[in-house]
Write a protein that binds this ligand. Structure first.
Ligand SMILES: [Fe+2]
Length: 257
């Protein structure tokens, strides 16, 4: 099974901010989509780990959706702190996998691939940090308990572990304890092998127990964090994750130079 992960596209309605940033971000996403379409081994699914839009304007989601449709591959999205649950529900309703009421946290499972995928909302209204209220965490716990045998990957916007790069040690949940509580809960479920995240706008990978947690640089190249050579400016980056039952996921970074 092959997964392409896109994240933090921050699609911008050009009237709201800079025209050049708006054009750059659309171009960055389009380049990734065309690259995915031309891969020799086509991904089975594409996941988007949030911050699809920059201002959560409905038009930004419509632009993103029209571009993602070019893929002709199933695309699954989760919201980031910049996103609107309600606009995602409305604009992506054609895909049918996101259910629930407008303001409820989004959570769903995709069971028909070699690895079970669970997309889950980590938004904390009023904060740009991640959070799971007790009810939402229990829903995820039950969803994991319902299918204990199949290898499972979770994808969500906020990494629940601190991102330590030597320069920064960023806790991306509202508190470190809230992140620890999430990690402790999923560690109880032996089938969970990977948590794919966005939000940090940089690449990161860490293993806690038997679970790997990873983040991918923002597709929006003007917002990317971390150190890159000068020639990487304006170069979109995304990742491919290939599942192999003996080695779990092997990840490759695609640099669109
Ligand atoms: Fe972001």
């Amino acid at each position: 099974m092959i997964i392409a992960q896109l994240t933090d596209t921050h699609i911008l309605e050009s009237k709201t901010e800079s025209q050049s940033a708006a054009e750059q971000r659309i171009s960055d996403l389009k380049r990734c989509i065309l690259d995915i379409k031309n891969l020799p081994a086509k991904p089975d699914v594409v996941i988007h780990t949030g911050d699809i839009a920059h201002t959560a304007d409905r038009k930004e989601y419509q632009v993103a959706l029209e571009l993602l449709k070019i893929l002709e591959t199933p695309v699954f999205v989760v919201p980031g702190n910049r996103d609107s649950r309600s606009n995602i529900r409305q604009v992506f309703s054609c895909s049918n996998y996101i259910t629930g009421n407008r303001s409820e946290p989004i959570i769903y499972a995709i069971n028909n691939f070699e690895v079970r995928l669970i997309g889950v909302d980590s938004i904390s209204p009023g904060s740009n940090k991640g959070y799971f209220c007790p009810e939402h965490l229990s829903t995820l716990d039950r969803l994991l308990s319902s299918f204990p045998e199949k290898p499972t990957a979770i994808f969500m916007h906020h990494p629940p572990i601190p991102i330590e790069t030597g320069e920064t040690n960023r806790v991306e949940f509202i508190t470190k304890e809230a992140g620890d509580e999430f990690v402790s809960m999923i560690l109880k479920h032996k089938q969970v092998i990977r948590v794919f995240c966005g939000h940090s706008h940089r690449a990161y990978l860490e293993k806690v127990g038997k679970i790997e947690f990873s983040t991918v640089p923002s597709i929006a190249s003007d917002l990317r964090l971390g150190k890159y050579p000068e020639r990487m400016e304006g170069v979109p980056v995304y990742q491919i994750h290939e599942f192999n039952p003996s080695s779990n996921f092997v990840s490759h970074t695609r640099l669109l130079v």
